[in-house]
Design a protein around this ligand. Structure first.
Ligand code: S3P
Length: 440
């Protein structure tokens, strides 16, 4: 696991230019391993994210007896074992920092008739897991969290699962996906109702693997007992990683950047909608469909941003992009107000508090609220040392902030940037950011 003393030192100023492709989509990479493992036949993946989170999923499936070749230059070959072919692992599965691995795999494994324990790092071991264990128990699973409803999660052999009709109390793609994956192994139908649309990669990919999924309004259903057929997967670049450069090129003067092959699934595109609302100049070029997911090239140029009230319906569609968007708000003229985003408090860190603290250190007026933040933007931000709390997206957001800072920004505890964006420093340096990594 990465060491915690890695710092990023970002010098003020710079502009972003050129053409670049950010690494593969994390959500799609996880799911490609999971469904590939359970499929009949060989699944070939390209564009796989070679970050620690998706590698945690890959290693876990190897420990469950699946032969997986790669990754090599984004190529992974999964030799599927079929719906009933996983083997009980010899030791607990360590999922590192990855909430997606833990929540999706808890559902996938709950119906396998095997004993297995899921563990994670300190951050993952603080995150709420009852949101998955409660409905899984209602389906008949034997799964227990630690006191406080956190990892480790212990799954024990039990009776066959029963389908469930579940109204999710929070808009969570991880919970929805967990229950759909469990539902494949359950008797009867499993239906999940979401209070607001969330990313639908699981549904799309299940269909790509030949597993029928039905959607009616905000409810998605499948019947247990089906099978998955191997297929080829082309993972687009991660819009959540692209978000940092979209914001960077918007706030830095004289920037003009082309981002290639970015995943444009409408359930993920909130960041583009919100940035455009703020006045950003983002062109969507060559929109096409690749393997059931929309993909485009994005041209982004500097623009004078202004503060906005972020529409609540955009919140789940941009849930991972708020650290970057708060930096955009700090550089925008006027006030930006976010509400309805309490979920940000239970991500890899409490992202509302971590961003408010860091922005205040940089002399930005940022006021946290229970479910959001109010930020007064301005032409310039200060420098200083900010803490990432080991959260990859907080670390990357403050690197981008240096484009409009008047002094150096030092960011602590940055090793987890490798969970989602390996090669971040090299890539953004090549595009024009003045940042270097240093061991503190
Ligand atoms: C994810 C869903 C989101 C997101 C996470 C990835 C997924 O979490 O924040 O980074 O791949 O399903 P929630 O479902 O908790 O909102």
């Amino acid at each position: 696991m990465a060491s915690s003393d890695l710092q990023f030192l970002a010098s003020p100023g710079g502009r972003l230019h050129g053409t670049l492709r950010v690494p593969g989509d994390k959500s799609i990479s996880h799911r490609s391993i999971m469904l590939g493992a359970l499929a009949e036949g060989v699944t070939r993946i390209r564009g796989f994210l070679e970050g620690e989170d998706s590698l945690a999923t890959l290693h876990a499936f190897r420990a469950l007896g699946v032969t997986i070749e790669g990754p090599e230059d984004g190529r992974v070959t999964v030799h599927g074992v079929g719906m009933r072919g996983l083997q009980a692992p010899a030791a607990p599965l360590d999922l590192g920092n990855s909430g997606t691995s833990m929540r999706l795999m808890s559902g996938l494994l709950a119906g396998q008739g095997m004993d297995v324990t899921l563990v994670g790092d300190a951050s993952l071991s603080r995150r709420p897991m009852r949101r998955v264990t409660d409905p899984l128990v209602a389906m008949g699973a034997r799964i227990e969290a630690a006191e406080g409803g956190t990892a480790p999660l212990r799954i024990r052999t039990g009776e066959r699962l029963q389908g469930i009709d579940y109204r999710m109390p929070v808009a969570s793609a991880q919970v929805k996906s967990c229950l759909l994956l469990a539902g494949m192994f359950a008797q009867g139908d499993t239906c999940v109702h979401e209070p607001a649309p969330t990313r639908d990669h699981t549904e799309r990919m299940l269909q790509g693997f030949g597993y029928p999924v039905r959607r009616e309004g905000q409810t998605v259903c499948l019947s247990g007992g089906g099978r998955l057929r191997a297929c080829n997967i082309d993972v687009p670049a991660d819009i959540s990683s692209a978000a940092f450069v979209l914001v960077g090129a918007s706030i830095a003067e004289d920037s003009d950047l082309l981002l290639e092959h970015v995943g444009m699934n409408p359930t993920r595109a909130g960041v583009i909608n919100i940035l455009r609302l703020m006045g950003a100049d983002i062109q969507v070029l060559n929109l096409r469909e690749v393997g059931g997911e929309p993909v485009a090239d994005l041209r982004v140029r500097s623009a004078a941003l202004h503060g906005v009230r972020i529409p609540r319906d955009q919140v789940p569609l941009a849930i991972d992009e708020f650290p970057a968007l708060f930096v955009a708000a700090a550089c925008a003229e006027g006030e930006t107000v976010l509400t309805g985003a309490e979920e940000l408090r239970v991500k890899e860190s409490d992202r509302i508090q971590a961003m408010a603290d860091g922005l205040q250190t940089l002399s930005v007026a940022a006021h946290p609220t229970p479910d959001g933040i109010v930020i007064q933007g301005g032409p310039e931000i200060g420098g200083g040392t900010v803490h990432s709390h080991g959260d990859h997206r907080i670390a990357m957001a403050f690197v981008i902030a240096a484009l409009r800072a008047n002094r150096e920004i030092a960011i602590t505890d940055c090793a987890n940037v490798n969970t989602s964006f390996p090669g971040f420093v090299e890539l953004v340096r090549a595009a024009g950011l003045r940042v270097r990594a240093a061991h503190g």
